[in-house]
Design a protein around this ligand. Sequence first.
Ligand SMILES: [Zn+2]
Length: 191
Amino acid sequence: MQKCKRCKVTKERSLFNKDSRQLSGLRGECSSCEKDRSRNNRRTVKGLVFQMYRNQKRRSVEKGFSEPEYSKEELLSFCIGDLGFVTLYDLWVESGFDRMKTPSIDRLDDYSGYSFRNIRVVDWSSNKESGSEDTRNGLNNKRSKTVHQKRLDGSLIKTFYSIQQIHASSISRVCNSEGGNSVAGGCLWSF
Ligand SMILES: [Zn+2]
């Protein structure tokens, strides 16, 4: 038996992952706490983007492309500065992290790799069939569905019919409709 450092519950040894660096041979946190922590991490903007980056690297190798032309930090800056992404991120949070609403990156040209010229943000909820894995990883060009942009109180600001439309709309217009400030993806947009 071992007491978990996080939830403080004493549990069977089998409920902890092994860790040879520890005297006990086990991790200090139980495996369900570890799972919880990594899920929470994947739900932050940084955790989500870094996960997407790892997927992009893996898929690049599988598809025979060179690795992404950007670093994971550069991809994070790109996403944070992209209104389409932060809007989708907010919708994902609002949905209680509905898997079908996870923001993702798509490649414009299926036949070339990951570069800022060749990626765009896409919501893959319209692709529930077998293509969804590919779409999430940017391997095909299926279009996204309607996106409703809402205030924090849930009232509708605007409905977008494509991500391209979100990109076309200026951040300042969205912010003006919010009364000067807009919280998106954990950022405050002020004009
Ligand atoms: Zn625990």
